[in-house]
Write a protein that binds this ligand. Structure first.
Ligand SMILES: *Cc1c(COP(=O)(O)O)cnc(C)c1O
Length: 427
């Protein structure tokens, strides 16, 4: 299946006609448990000697189809789906971390991720140091003997900045650490982080993969390329696991070690499981991923170019614009386009931003992105509200900017809506 091109994989990967009924579309397997053939079959499943379905907290055929499809689109060895993007981040770190250990993460992240990593993770005893990922020396300086992962976004929220994944992967390689890339804003259509050296890719499938603002979900894709046994830093994967009679995941399962661990230990014990209805909506969404991303990018380009020329605007951060400091990275990291999420600084600052949001008719004021509909939010008064002003500026969410998520509507209608709302906001 992996020999097929992207547009074929987004429709077919992970989904054969249903073996029981011939159903061509992936059925929603709305079941909690699966009947064992006999006691020996049950024992083999519980010992991980045979792969099969036991209980839907661990695996479910609808969700497995989605996981296989996302793994194929990202070029990974395996994938695990879970209940949200935030769950995916905790699940991704769980096999690597323990009390007293830390990660080094970019300052330019989704606001919720900065809060999750900077505050909530501390309660597990997991530390996080945030540095500017354009400064690879700073990443290296922030790593210590307790660091277990390096984390960034390919295209980053809220500014649509682009991370030089190859440069960051080189640092991670040199230090023997896995690089985790949140690829939510790019989707695998615009960027494939594993090809740039990422070990793990995480997604909020809530966004572009589903693409219609219906269901929450997350995914972790493993490249299958990291040597978990090269040091004693990753005992969950390299050392004997007491819950499975001393099984060493990496030794026994090779490139599938991380994926199996995430199911057999992660989902089993953390329970951050996706539901089969959500997996079905996301499978439907992914079928049109490339078509939607092309339109998202084309619309973003037209809107960003129009805004940049408008005298009511200070600046626009879309990396596809030649004025962006990250413009040079587009060709290398996301050659099909710089995504469709960016910020706009409105003359008149905080007050003008609030008025702009209130006067738009077609754009919806919501805390979401990657919907077919165009969306807007003022980060400083919402998603990035918990951060200090210094953190807001470092994250690209200064008080005078709004974040746009450009949808797939007719672009002339989007520009007309922005035009009338800017007139009202700057009157
Ligand atoms: C939305 C988002 C998340 C969190 O995902 P949820 O599905 O909302 O839990 C993480 N990272 C990025 C880049 C996001 O946009």
């Amino acid at each position: 299946m992996t020999d097929f091109s992207f547009d074929t994989l987004q429709v077919h990967a992970g989904a054969e006609p249903d073996p029981a009924t011939g159903a061509r579309q992936v059925p929603i397997y709305q079941t909690t448990a699966y009947v064992f053939k006999d006691a020996d079959h049950a024992a083999r499943l519980f010992n991980l000697q045979e792969v099969g379905y036991i209980y839907s907290r661990l695996t479910n055929p609808t969700i497995s189809a989605l996981a296989s499809r996302i793994a194929a689109l990202e070029g990974g060895a395996g994938a695990v789906c879970c209940s949200s993007g935030h769950a995916a981040q905790i699940m991704a770190l769980f096999p690597l971390m323990g009390p007293g250990l830390n990660i080094v993460a970019s300052t330019r992240l989704y606001g919720g991720t900065i809060t999750q990593f900077g505050l909530t993770m501390k309660r597990f005893g997991w530390g996080c140091t945030f540095v500017d990922f354009d400064d690879t020396a700073a990443i290296e300086a922030a790593v210590d003997e307790n660091t277990r992962a390096i984390f960034c976004e390919s295209i980053s929220n809220p500014g649509g900045y682009i991370t030089d994944l190859d440069a960051v992967a080189k640092v991670a390689d040199k230090l023997g650490l896995p690089l985790i890339v949140d690829n939510t804003l790019a989707s695998p259509y615009l960027c494939r982080p594993i090809e740039h050296g990422a070990t793990l890719v995480v997604h909020s499938t809530t966004k572009y993969l589903t693409g219609n603002g219906t269901v929450m979900g997350g995914a972790i894709v493993d490249s299958g390329k990291f040597d978990w046994s090269a040091s004693d830093k990753f005992p969950s994967l390299s050392a004997p696991e007491p819950a499975y009679h001393g099984l060493k995941f990496h030794e026994a399962l090779g490139p599938m070690a991380y994926t199996f661990h995430s199911i057999a230990i992660g989902l089993r014990d953390l329970g951050m499981t996706m539901n089969p209805q959500a997996a079905h909506y996301t499978l439907m969404g992914i079928e049109t991923l490339s078509l939607r991303m092309e339109k998202h990018v084309a619309n973003a380009k037209a809107v960003a170019e129009w805004l940049e020329k408008d005298p009511r605007i200070d600046y626009v951060t879309w990396a596809g614009l030649p004025s962006s400091p990250w413009h040079d990275r587009v060709a290398k990291i996301c050659p099909k386009g710089a995504g469709a999420l960016f910020t706009v600084a409105v003359k008149g600052g905080y007050d003008a931003c609030v008025k702009l949001v209130d006067n738009l008719k077609l754009f919806s004021h919501v805390a979401n992105l990657g919907d077919a509909r165009s969306l807007i939010i003022h980060p400083a008064s919402t998603t990035h509200r918990q951060l200090s002003e210094e953190q807001q500026v470092a994250a690209g969410a200064a008080p005078g900017v709004v974040r746009l998520s450009i949808g797939i509507e007719d672009v002339a209608d989007l520009i007309a809506d922005l035009d009338q709302a800017l007139t009202a906001a700057t009157a």
